[in-house]
Design a protein around this ligand. Structure first.
Ligand SMILES: NC(=O)C1=CN([C@@H]2O[C@H](COP(=O)(O)OP(=O)(O)OC[C@H]3O[C@@H](n4cnc5c(N)ncnc54)[C@H](O)[C@@H]3O)[C@@H](O)[C@H]2O)C=CC1
Ligand SMILES: O=C(O)C(=O)COP(=O)(O)O
Length: 409
């Protein structure tokens, strides 16, 4: 957002990809009424046109906020990812423009864990294939290839919020849980950490992926990894489409190395429900294909709407950046009776000294000051008497290293 405080009804908020109505309710309750909701993501050209005029944008996993798109977002104050993943946003590019990115790190984790558990049971019994056959009029009553979950080994790759919950749920079915993670993690229940990815892949009857999209996780499941797995393994991916080499998975299904799979995320996903879904996996009856709905439950979406909208409103009202993924975190008290100024700058020595000297020169009294920095940027919040705010803002903009400065309500 450029300079001075805007009246709340002038603050434009764009919510894409069918963000839950709880977000709109929350924003309205906080006084924000200028909200546009669109049920799909937008093609880059349309996104650029829209983003040029908004102060806040809310997206889910589909909208790509690249450096290029953000270069058109001159008024943008903050981004809300109404999901866990923030890989769809070039968060460093947002950071260098002084734009915090918020997400909902927990609210849909249980939904994903429940879905994966259900898929595990169905795949161990060959249900997707049997069901597809029955739909075509084929009766396939047989115990061949059908096994109980009890006593089988679940290999979880990425033992974070989702992986851990999945592990606990799977143990209630009597599964043995092993996990692989780049960090040393506290095992919950009777789970235990494998010494390497290879060790995990060798012993798992079911492999389930729960890692974020990063450079290291790109194609982390490819032909070499499928070759290490047990014959007849069950394979599940509800993390990100880029983590699996989809052609290698198709080959492993053809050769029966993989007996069944459940895939929720894809290297390329349709922009909306009207677009055709294209994938080589459509050919396999023994693959459960879901349209990236791991976190799409009423409970999760409603909680996410509330959570992220309230983080955006807190930033707009108060300057609080608590739980921003790319920004120094500041949790701030209210500022009744004073004007609050936000100053975002490149993290270089002497910025605070410059600010304090500039304010002292004009006898601007500082009622409260908060500073947090990370390796790239510094974020200073200053409360002053309302009558000094215009002058103080002018001074702040002169400070060497300033990325943006503004006055809150
Ligand atoms: N299908 C869907 O609708 C949903 C998908 N997701 C995806 O699931 C991912 C995981 O979610 P959470 O469990 O909440 O994240 P988290 O951040 O709590 O856990 C991720 C775990 O993966 C580990 N990890 C990172 N890089 C790794 C690597 N190269 N090898 C092994 N482990 C690695 C981390 O150390 C961490 O323990 C999200 O990043 C998101 O992409 C999340 C929610 C819904
Ligand atoms: O939370 C995540 O990271 C997800 O993948 C869920 O994405 P969605 O909000 O369903 O587009």
């Amino acid at each position: 957002m450029s300079n001075n405080s805007l009246a709340k009804e002038k603050i434009k908020i764009l919510l894409l990809e069918g963000v839950h109505p709880s977000a709109v309710e929350e924003l309205k309750m906080k006084g924000y009424s200028n909200i546009e909701c669109i049920s799909t993501s937008l093609a880059e050209e349309d996104l650029i046109k829209k983003i040029a005029n908004v102060h806040f944008i809310g997206i889910r996993s589909r909208t790509q906020l690249t450096d290029y798109v953000l270069s058109h977002a001159k008024k943008l104050a903050a981004i809300g990812c109404f999901c866990i993943g923030t890989n769809q946003v070039e968060i460093k590019a947002a950071q260098k423009r002084g734009i915090p990115v918020f997400n909902a790190p927990f609210s849909n984790t249980r939904s994903v864990a429940e879905l994966v558990l259900g898929e595990t049971l169905l795949l161990l019994r060959g249900i997707p294939e049997k069901s597809a056959k029955a739909h075509r009029g084929e009766w396939h009553k047989s115990a061949a290839g059908s096994v109980e979950a009890r006593g089988k080994t679940l290999g979880i790759i990425g033992y974070g919020h989702i992986g851990m919950q999945l592990g606990i749920l799977a143990e209630t079915l009597g599964m043995r849980v092993r996990f692989y993670d780049i960090e040393t993690k506290l095992p919950l229940g009777n789970a235990s950490q494998a010494s390497s990815l290879k060790a995990l892949l060798k012993e798992a009857d079911v492999v389930s992926l729960h890692v974020p999209e990063t450079l290291q996780t790109q194609n982390m499941m490819a032909a070499k990894e499928f070759a290490i797995m047990k014959d007849g393994v069950i394979f599940i991916n509800a993390s990100r489409g880029t983590v699996v080499d989809i052609d290698a998975l198709a080959d492993a299904l053809k050769s029966k190395k993989v007996a069944g799979a459940a895939i929720d995320v894809f290297p390329v996903e349709p922009k909306g429900n009207d677009e055709e879904f294209i994938s080589p996996l459509r050919a396999f009856d023994n693959v459960i294909l879901t349209p990236h709905i791991g976190g799409s439950t009423k409970e999760a979406q409603s909680n996410i709407g509330l959570e992220v909208a309230s983080k955006m409103a807190k930033y707009s009202d108060n300057g609080s950046t608590l739980s921003a993924v790319n920004f120094p975190e500041v949790s701030l008290p209210g500022h009744t009776g004073t004007s609050r100024l936000l100053h975002i700058h490149r993290n270089q020595p002497g910025v605070l000294t410059q600010i304090n000297q500039a304010f002292a020169k004009h006898n601007i009294n500082i009622a409260a000051q908060y500073l947090q920095t990370d390796d790239q940027i510094g974020y200073v919040v200053i409360d002053i008497e309302a009558q000094d705010s215009a002058l103080a803002l002018r001074e702040l903009k002169q400070i060497d290293g300033t990325i943006r400065a503004r006055i809150l309500h």
